[in-house]
Design a protein around this ligand. Structure first.
Ligand SMILES: Nc1nc2c(c(=O)[nH]1)N[C@@H](CN(C=O)c1ccc(C(=O)N[C@@H](CCC(=O)O)C(=O)O)cc1)CN2
Length: 287
């Protein structure tokens, strides 16, 4: 039997519909949610993601502001724009599209964003809050994965979860969220000995490695839920994930495709965080 496909586009459409209603409500109360997006340089993939974020905002009734800088932009100019946006009460979310050109200190830029507007959830304070189970903006990709698991009613308490990859934006927060939900989590990485031993005992396997078709069917426990966070472009121009979908789907119980899986959910959760930020800002205004 082949696996159930967890459709990120369908789930996104449902969540974005609910979000549009919330955004309309906030707008009627005089607080239209507003997201500011900063794009530096000419990376074509980043340009596509930013375009999709802006289009997602428009469709959900969220205002968006886009600021573009050339590849050789001075970090001070971008930091100045962030300071300006931090001080603007009509802006509820600020994000800087990653990766940044090499003259930038990524940490410095991310920490310059006001914690309460950090809708990407990358600021150290949001990361710390998340690790302690406090209210925080959760990074969009792992948050989207949690929504996908919820959508299939995946039992998390007591589940064996294996996350391959330990990046700050996916692997680490993913492990924190799964741990908080009661799963027993193993984080695997380039130094892991006998990776297959770990993957084959995972009820939930999250692949966030950045290597095309790295996880093959023989690495998957029969019936497991396989979440593919990878987005890789093959020489023929086609997109593929970190999971070899064709072989893994024959073994897994549920699986996310690429494209149309976790990717769209990343943008959906960004919109969710922006609306939450606007709600908090309105509540503060009301005192
Ligand atoms: N500031 C941020 N930078 C980056 C993030 C992030 O969350 N915040 N994540 C990634 C890129 N990313 C969002 O920015 C992102 C990647 C992929 C998708 C997506 O919808 N992918 C589609 C395929 C799109 C295509 O044709 O290329 C899919 O998987 O179906 C959305 C967002 C790194 N940078």
């Amino acid at each position: 039997m082949t696996a159930r496909i967890i459709d990120g586009n369908a789930l996104s459409a449902k969540l974005r519909g609910e979000l549009a209603a919330k955004a309309a409500e906030l707008t009627a109360k005089g607080t239209q949610p507003c997201l500011a997006v900063i794009l530096v340089g000419g990376d074509p993939a980043s340009a596509v993601y930013v375009r999709n974020k802006v289009a997602g905002c428009e469709k959900a009734g969220i205002k968006s502001l886009k600021f573009e800088y050339p590849q050789d932009a001075a970090p001070a100019d971008v930091l100045g724009k962030i300071a300006e946006l931090n001080a603007d009460p009509s802006v509820h979310g600020i994000l800087v599209q990653l990766p940044l050109p090499k003259q930038f200190d990524e940490k410095e830029v991310l920490e310059a964003i006001a914690v309460e507007k950090d809708v990407d959830g990358f600021h150290a304070e949001n990361v710390g809050r998340l690790s302690q189970g406090q209210e925080a903006f959760v990074p969009c990709t792992p948050n989207g994965v949690m929504e996908m698991l919820k959508s299939i009613e995946m039992p998390l308490r007591g589940a064996e979860a294996v996350v391959i990859g330990r990046s700050n934006i996916v692997g680490k927060p993913m492990a924190m969220l799964l741990t908080a939900a009661g799963a027993t989590v193993t984080v695997c990485h380039s130094g892991t000995r006998d990776l297959n031993f770990h993957t084959r005992r995972a009820d939930i396997l999250v692949a966030a490695i950045g290597k095309p078709k790295f996880v093959t069917g023989d690495m998957v426990k029969p019936g497991a839920t396989v979440i593919d966070v990878g987005i890789n472009r093959l020489p023929d121009g086609k997109l593929c994930g970190d999971v070899d979908f064709e072989s893994a789907k024959e073994v897994a119980g549920a699986i996310t495709p690429v494209p149309g899986g976790v990717g769209p959910m990343t943008i959906t959760m960004l919109l969710v965080n922006t609306v939450v930020s606007a709600e908090r800002s309105l509540a503060k205004l009301k005192g």
